[in-house]
Every structure is written in C-alpha cells, then in structure tokens.
Design a protein around this ligand. Structure first.
Ligand code: PRX
Length: 635
C-alpha cells in the first residue's frame, strides 16, 4: 500500500482509515517521504479549535520553492514546468522548463530584494495570467515575502482595500492585459488605487500589451530591465513551517473581505498530496486548470500543487470564448491535455454553444475532468461527461474553499465511483460532519445539514490577516470545536456528500464568492438610494445571479429608472468589479423587515427565485403589504 498514491477503492478506504485513526503518524510519513526539508519538525500537529490555534510540522525548516523547483532540476530540468498559452491563438505557446523556471524565479527574487523587499514583507500581485504571475508568487516565496494576489479583474477600490489591509510595500502589475478581443488598462487601475495606499513604495510593471502608460518617477519601474540585470542565482531563504506563505482575500457575508492566511509546510504537503491523487497525475501528463491564479484554485492547483509534483501545468491567458467558444478544446488538442479542471459556469456557457465546437477537436488525450467552485447541476455534469469526457474520463466534482487551501471532498478518479452532482467522499485526512441548527451532529446516512469539519488538515488557513477574532467568530463559533464551512450538504445512503450551497449571505456568481454587504454598501452610495438588499437567484449559466431590491429616497424620482439602474451598476463596478453587477434591479417602496428591523432576505430570495407559493413563515413581518407590493412589481 502506498500512502502517497492511491490507486483503487480498497486502498482509499485503508489509507483513509489510517489517516483518521492516527493523523499525526499518517501526515508525518507523507511529509517525510515526499518533500525536502532543511530541518525536521519537533511536533507534527498542535491544535486547539477553541482558540483557534493550528500548527503543523512546527519547528521544521524549509523553502517551498526548493520543493517546487530546485529538487526537480536533477531529474526534470528540461521538462516543461509551465506551459503558457497566450490569449491570441496565433502567438506561440511558451514552454518554460524547470531549469528556466529556476533562473527566472531567482532573477525575480533578486529584483525583489534589490527593491527592498525582506522576509515577512507583503507584496501585492495584480498581474494577468502571464508567466510573470506564477513567477512572482514563487519569487516572493523564495525570499520569504508574503504574497497577496488580487485577481486582475477587481476594481481600483477593491485593490486599494486589499493593499491597505495587508500594508503591502510593493505592487507587481502589468501595463495591461488581454481578455479576448479586449484589453484592460491594469496600470491605470493600479495608479488610481495607489492614490490611497501610503505603504506602497515600489510598483514593478511587466510589459504585456505595449500600451502607453504613465510611470511615476521614483515609484514605478519596468520589470524586464531589472530582471535582465539580476543574477539568476538566489539562495532560498530558510523558512519556518508555520511562517505565512500568502494572504488571499475572500468575501464574507459582512464587512471587509477576509485576508485568509496560509502557512508554508502544511499547505505544501496537502496541495501536493491532493494534486497527485485527485488528478492521478503521471510523470508525462500535461495538466490544465482554467482558473485564474487570482483565486485559490490557481494558487493551489496551477502553481504550488502541480509544481511540487514536478508536473507540467498549463497557464491560459484568455477567456473560453476567444476567438470562439471552441478555444478550450482547441487548447486541449494542441497541448494534448490529460487532466482538465474547470468551473461549472464555464461548462454551462460552453454547453450552450452546442457540441459541434467540441467535436471539431481531438480530445482523446483527456483522462480526468474536474469541476470546482460551485455546485455542478445535473445537466452540466452529463454534458461534460458525455461530450467532453466521451463517458471515459471520470469527473471529479471537488468541493473546497479558499479557507481550506486544498480539496476536501472529491472523488479520486478511477478509484471512487462518481455520481452526478455529488462531491462523493471525503479526501484522505478529512473528517466532515453534518450539524443541525441546534448544534447537534446528524449521524448516519440520508441526512442533510450544515457542513463542518471536525479535525484539522494540513492546509487549513491559520487566521485572517490582522483579525484573529473574526477568524474565530466566522469559522469556529457557530459549532463548538468544529470548523464551520458556511455550506449546507446532504449525505446519501452510501455516505456520499452533495454540497447544496451556501447557508450564509455569500452568493456564488459564476464561481466567484460575493458577499451581499459590500455590494449593498456600494449601492447605498448612490445619492438616490435609501436602502437595498441583494439576493441570489438561479441563472442558467452563472449558477446564481444577483437580484437587487432597491428603495429610493424619493420613489417618485423623476429620472428614468433604466438610467438609475446603469448608474447603480457602474458604482458596483467601480467599487468592487464588473463581476458583482446586478442582473436585475427592482425598485421597491420598502423592504420586508422583522419587527426588530432585520431585512427578511429569505422572503426576498424566494420572490427572486419565483417560489411565490411558499414564502415560509411570514408571521414576524412588520408590514406584510410591503411583500405584496414587491410580488406585484416583480421583474
Ligand atoms: O459554496 C462552496 C463553493 O464555493 C465556496 C468556496 O469558494 P472559494 O473560497 O472561492 O473557493 C472556490 C474554489 C475552491 C464553497 O464554500 N464550492 C466550491 N466547490 C464546490 C462548491 N460548491 C459545490 N460543489 C463544489 N464542488
């Protein structure tokens, strides 16, 4: 039996049992056999969910880039590490070997040092999907700087908020980015953000679209000349296992986005281990995850997990629809992709275009299909399975979160029999449970409740940057001694899990987490708006879309409502980003509230979803007429 590579179901059960009975021994064996340490740990695990405090491999010393790059040089130096596929299909792909990656990461790390970045400093990375993005993460890790990647689709306000929350000293960006036929002025967005970011001393700018941008004297520097002048030798800084590796922001139901902090050793071990098994990655395989590195999926399963296994990982710069909706399949054919990992929203958008665009290409290289980010509906699952996988490539519907660092509930392909829309069984070392609203565990199968995890796993986030209390309140206070995921789930008759969706005010739109509160705050900044409430409603491509109920200060407002709708969406776009724009805006005379003044979103959700026959308990409503009016005027 191999602890590291599970090949059949019986082995899964054996290894799973071992990982639960004696987690410390199990993870110690995995860590010892498969990674490069400068010094071994004093203790494998120390944990206390009541504080919460979680430490894995405490006392160990390492550098994650030595695990992701240096140790492969002897055996895989000329193997492609990163395979970059540009936005424009006419532009040649770039194969970056492990040797070249080593040089480029070292050069970049030396540039960071020359620019005054030291161990523990925070560096904000706002870069499109070009090789410099992956390389900048690794360069930070090489010298012990903490990277904070902000998805390069966020607005200047959202960027500034994240830069300031982590007191970043530097921003790495590009002149602009390509997105299909469009270009985006990234540097302009950075300039706007930095008007309000006093801690940023330096901006490094990669050249991508050759646009005319302004460079602020003393602050802004072109990256390439600095790289060209830098040495390609840079000793990896020896780090502690529990030093932070990165901060990555995720939306909460209320308030500021949460800067989830991941630490080095546990994150490395778990992302590498899950990558190997959940994709059944073999040495010659070409693996492609279509996510952006701006999200956790990209951190764990484009950069760290694949590279820790010496894999070839594809980075695609563009969008699924450019130059047409066959682009994904064209790339699969071109690079003979073996494992393909994407989001249900992309699958639904591609399915809508018909199968001709899939059938045009040779997809016979595919062995494993993955899905992540939101529940995959039955129709999308079958379309993916039948047309892309031709019924031969298992679909791994992997459930996990920014906070969990790595996959938590997922089939292992060719090991776990799949079932449409089910994430199936817990991964090795993961102890999920379902809780009822009274805080009691729901035992046995065929039950539904709130999804919690009972025991720490190596890549659990350790805190929220600068706000440990919020970390405790959000994840460890709803249920005693448990990590609460914020998701609901059901367990079927054989113990398979199906994720049913968020149970809080986070809405997942096209696989992106959006908190309702920041969107409502943005809307309320419009001078005509008195109050607003956002809910999700089903959408055939995005999964969920946003429905806004908005009360104006003066309902007789003479302005055209369509103009108002545009203005409101513009504010949202400016404050958060285009992904948070509302699909529907209904102007209402009031919002349904309880007697204590709390907005009853449950009712608004039902109305938005057209579930009018069953609004649930309305006895606590202050003014039932408000609801009647909303239904009457529903869009
Ligand atoms: O609601 C779950 C949903 O996405 C949330 C986590 O979002 P984020 O932190 O952005 O990470 C996404 C990528 C790991 C979860 O709380 N989610 C993620 N994967 C699935 C899912 N819901 C159902 N099925 C999934 N496979």
């Amino acid at each position: 039996m191999s602890n590291y590579h599970i090949k059949h179901l019986e082995e899964y059960y054996q290894v799973y049992r071992k990982s639960i009975r004696n987690p410390e021994q199990f993870w110690e064996e995995v860590a010892e056999e498969h990674f490069l340490w400068r010094k071994k740990w004093n203790a494998v695990l120390h944990w206390d969910f009541s504080k919460p405090e979680i430490k894995w491999f405490e006392g160990a010393k390492l550098n994650i880039t030595e695990n992701c790059i240096d140790r492969h040089l002897a055996t895989r130096g000329d193997k492609t590490a990163i395979l970059f596929e540009p936005n424009n299909p006419e532009e040649p792909a770039e194969h970056i070997t492990y040797k070249q990656l080593h040089h480029r990461v070292n050069q970049f790390a030396n540039v960071l040092k020359e620019q005054g970045i030291e161990k523990g400093d925070r560096v904000c990375i706002y870069v499109p999907m070009i090789p410099e993005l992956a390389i900048s993460l690794l360069a930070c890790a090489r010298i012990g700087a903490i990277h904070s990647v902000v998805f390069a689709g966020f607005s200047s306000t959202a960027l500034a908020t994240r830069i300031n929350d982590a007191d970043c000293k530097m921003v790495i960006t590009a002149d602009g980015s390509y997105r299909g036929a469009k270009t985006i002025d990234l540097k302009g967005i950075v300039d706007e953000a930095l008007q309000n970011c006093p801690t940023v001393k330096t901006v490094l700018v990669a050249k991508r679209i050759n646009s005319d941008i302004t460079m602020k004297e003393g602050r802004d520097k072109w990256l390439q000349p600095l790289l060209d002048a830098a040495s390609d030798q840079c000793k990896a800084t020896v780090m502690d296992a529990e030093d932070p590796l990165f901060i990555l922001y995720t939306s909460g139901s209320t308030g500021m986005p949460k800067g989830m902090v991941h630490t080095i050793a546990g994150y490395m071990v778990y992302t590498a281990y899950t990558f190997k098994n959940a994709f059944q990655y073999k040495e010659e395989d070409v693996y492609w995850c279509t996510a952006d590195i701006g999200w956790i999926t990209g951190h764990s399963y484009i950069v760290y997990g694949p590279l820790a296994n010496g894999a070839t990982t594809v980075m695609y710069e563009g969008v699924p629809s450019y130059p047409d909706f066959g682009r994904f399949w064209q790339i699969v054919e071109k690079h003979k992709v073996n494992q393909f990992y994407t989001a249900p929203t992309a699958i639904r958008a591609l399915a809508k275009q018909g199968v001709e665009l899939v059938d045009k290409y040779d997809l016979s290289s595919l062995k494993v299909l993955g899905s992540v980010g939101e529940p995959i509906n039955e129709e999308a699952w079958h379309w993916y399975n039948d047309n892309v996988g031709k019924g031969k490539s298992p679909i791994i519907d992997s459930w996990w979160q920014t906070e969990t660092g790595g996959m938590m509930i997922t089939p292992i392909p060719y090991v776990t029999p799949t079932k449409p829309t089910y994430a199936t069984l817990p991964f090795i070392g993961i102890q999920p449970c379902l809780m009822d609203e009274n805080g009691d565990e729901l035992k046995g199968n065929q039950t539904e409740g709130r999804l919690c995890i009972k025991f720490p796993w190596p890549s659990i986030a350790r805190t929220i940057w600068g706000n440990h209390q919020r970390y405790k309140d959000t994840y460890f206070s709803t249920f005693k001694n448990m990590y609460f995921t914020g998701d609901g789930a059901l367990r079927d008759e054989v113990g398979y899990y199906r994720i049913t969706g968020r149970v809080d005010d986070v809405i997942i739109v096209s696989g992106h987490n959006l908190g309702t509160a920041p969107i409502e705050d943005a809307i309320n900044e419009h001078p005509a708006v008195a109050e607003s409430a956002i809910v999700g409603f089903p959408h055939d491509i995005k999964g969920s879309a946003l429905y806004g109920y908005i009360t104006l200060k003066d309902i007789g407002e003479s302005r055209n409502h369509d103009n108002l709708r545009k203005e409101i969406n513009q504010i949202i776009s400016d404050k958060i980003g285009p992904i948070a724009k509302l699909d529907k805006i209904q102007f209402t005379q009031g919002l349904p509230k309880t007697r204590s003044g709390k907005i009853m979103r449950r009712i608004l959700r039902k109305i938005a979803s057209n579930e009018l026959s069953n609004l649930g308990d309305v006895s606590t409503l202050l003014d039932p007429e408000v609801v009647e009016n909303i239904i009457k005027d529903k869009l």
